[in-house]
Design a protein around this ligand. Structure first.
Ligand SMILES: Nc1nc2c(ncn2[C@@H]2O[C@H](COP(=O)(O)OP(=O)(O)OP(=O)(O)O)[C@@H](O)[C@H]2O)c(=O)[nH]1
Ligand SMILES: [Mg+2]
Length: 319
């Protein structure tokens, strides 16, 4: 397929071609980059929403409800479910497909799951590219759901402009369930399963923690109660999501964050490309293999060798 055909297809709302592009992205196909570079000027319009939290806290149920509410507000929605523990890719994960099936027939909702293929850095890269593809496709809101367990998931969710962190009542008397790293990235807290005992207590605990947060900025994350199964608290949640976006725009934070993200992305891409080219030139050459043996034998040290190889590479490429 020609690049132009895929680019045009995605821009004109062809779901099959969008799905194909995301598969190319997942497979780290160099062709994907060519298409994304064409699509780039058509991106930056979607509001990107991240939903993260402990396993089973009701994220997918909540995303389904948020989507329904957004649809009543005439917003089109894209959903990316990222499961770092699953090697399964392509289409929706079975559980998510069932939970979100009410939306699968709605042409204004696009759902896609992504699992780990290769390394975790690759997953956050792939997620952000998939989100970008859906943005170019024209969805107003792109929701990224990922389980909140560690640093790798924090990286995945960094693509989002508004981050919802979910928790449930009774997940420990202290705040252990929400990991420190996850706390810091929350723009909105949701205590889901408000039908279970201890929901109010959980809200009080999170608020108490926010009271003593030394890094609190202009936006104090609200702590909301929801029952995702019954759909309670969803209108208020979507109101807060919209309020947060307005805050980002009005405060100038959206622009500042955009600049920082562009810097990070450019530097990551350069690092990736440079490393790949450098290694492609070196790996397998007798000098390189010899240098590695010498390091292993303590005849050379890796600091000096790395410095020398990089300098030689740069000098060779100086025009
Ligand atoms: N009682 C109660 N159960 C809920 C609520 N929301 C979700 N659940 C149930 O909790 C279970 C897990 O819901 P999911 O939406 O799959 O949770 P998740 O966080 O997406 O799970 P993972 O993606 O596997 O981490 C399901 O059985 C839901 O029906 C709620 O508000 N109250
Ligand atoms: Mg889920």
């Amino acid at each position: 397929m020609q690049t132009a055909e895929l680019v045009e297809g995605v821009l004109s709302g062809n779901r099959r071609l969008l799905a194909r592009l995301i598969t190319l992205i997942e497979n780290e196909d160099p062709y994907a980059m060519e298409i994304l570079s064409e699509l780039f000027k058509h991106t930056g319009n979607a509001h990107i929403l991240g939903v993260t939290g402990p396993p089973g806290s009701g994220k997918s149920t909540l995303v389904t409800r948020i989507t329904a509410e957004l649809r009543t507000r005439n917003k089109s929605v894209g959903i990316v479910c990222v499961d770092p523990s699953s090697p399964f890719t392509g289409g929706a994960l079975l559980g998510d497909r069932i939970r979100m099936q009410e939306h699968t027939l709605d042409s204004d909702v696009f759902i896609r799951s992504m699992g780990t293929r290769g390394h975790l850095g690759g997953l956050s890269r792939a997620t952000s590219d998939a989100v970008r593809a859906i943005d170019a496709f024209g969805k107003d809101i792109v929701i990224v759901e990922t389980v909140g367990a560690g640093q790798s998931e924090v990286e995945v969710i960094e693509v989002a402009q508004t981050v919802i962190v979910t928790d449930v009542p009774g997940s420990g008397d202290d705040i252990q369930a929400i990991k420190a790293g996850i706390m810091e990235i929350a723009d909105i807290f949701v205590v889901n399963k408000s039908d279970l005992a201890g929901a109010d207590k959980k809200v009080v605990e999170i608020n108490a923690m926010l009271d003593i947060d030394p890094n609190m900025g202009e936006w104090r994350p609200p702590v909301l109660l929801t029952n995702a199964v019954k759909g309670e608290g969803i209108t208020e949640l979507v109101d807060k999501i919209e309020e947060h976006m307005a805050f980002l725009k009005d405060s100038g934070l959206l622009a500042t964050k955009g600049l920082q993200r562009s810097r990070d992305e450019l530097e990551q891409l350069m690092e990736y490309k440079l490393t790949r080219e450098l290694l492609a030139k070196l790996q397998g050459t007798p000098e390189y293999e010899d240098a590695i043996r010498r390091i292993a034998n303590r005849d050379a040290d890796p600091y000096t060798v790395a410095e020398r190889l990089i300098t030689e590479f740069l000098v060779r490429h100086r025009k």
